[in-house]
Design a protein around this ligand. Structure first.
Ligand SMILES: [Zn+2]
Length: 220
């Protein structure tokens, strides 16, 4: 599944591009990367070798992470907690995980349609993590699984931005008693979005309607 609509998709840009800093490549990092490569070879895992080479500039390695990565290559045994093994997130899953205002149905971004995941994934990524959609790169997913602090921070920021957007709309409608059109204009002004097309505005107004419908009980 992807974020519900283009407006939610854009939220990531406010916090997403802050972390491309490679970890300092000091000797101990180099040594642990080397030992990972040696272990990967011993395990006869060419795909692991490839991934280690690919992610090494991004993740600082240590023995614990090396073991975690090796564990990831074991056959996944756990039923995907997001799609319940279907490989597809439908409206029932979206309701169950309370993501109606956040996700659109589609391929499961948690298990990549496999229906099963590794234990490590289940223990490190909550099934309802809003940030983990098909929009994320594989590297970002790896970082989340391995508990990378910066990736976790991006996920947290994304959720905060999303909550902020939904709360803003709700307050403007229920407390400020503004109409959909005005709320949309204020939103575009807030995010400095100029030259918004009629179609984009229509889509956002539709989203405001969904927020109002979902939040009605809370404000009555
Ligand atoms: Zn799944």
């Amino acid at each position: 599944m992807r974020p519900k609509n283009v407006w939610i998709r854009q939220l990531q840009s406010t916090s997403y591009h802050t972390d491309n800093t490679a970890s300092p490549r000091n000797n101990s990092v180099a040594i642990t990367i080397f030992s990972t490569l040696v272990t990967a070879r011993a395990y006869k895992a060419p795909h692991l070798l490839k991934i280690v080479t690919y992610v090494s500039p991004y993740v600082s390695f240590n023995i614990k992470k090396t073991i975690m990565i090796i564990n990831l290559f074991q056959k996944p045994t756990e039923k995907c907690p997001r799609c319940l093994g279907k490989g597809f997130v439908d409206n029932d899953d979206i309701n169950r995980l309370n993501k109606k205002l956040e996700w659109a149905s589609g391929k499961c971004a948690y298990c990549y349609e496999k229906g099963k995941v590794n234990k490590l994934t289940v223990s490190n990524i909550p099934a309802d993590l809003s940030y983990l959609t098909l929009e994320r790169t594989k590297i970002e997913r790896w970082k989340l699984i391995l508990g990378n602090k910066k990736a976790k921070k991006r996920a947290k920021l994304y959720q905060e931005n999303l909550n902020d957007l939904i709360n803003h709309i709700s307050k403007q409608y229920f407390v400020g008693e503004l109409d959909f059109e005005t709320i949309a204009d204020l939103h575009f002004a807030r995010f400095e979005k100029h030259n918004v097309s009629v179609k984009e505005k229509k889509e956002f107004i539709k989203y405001i309607g969904e927020v109002v419908k979902e939040r009605k009980e809370k404000f009555e």
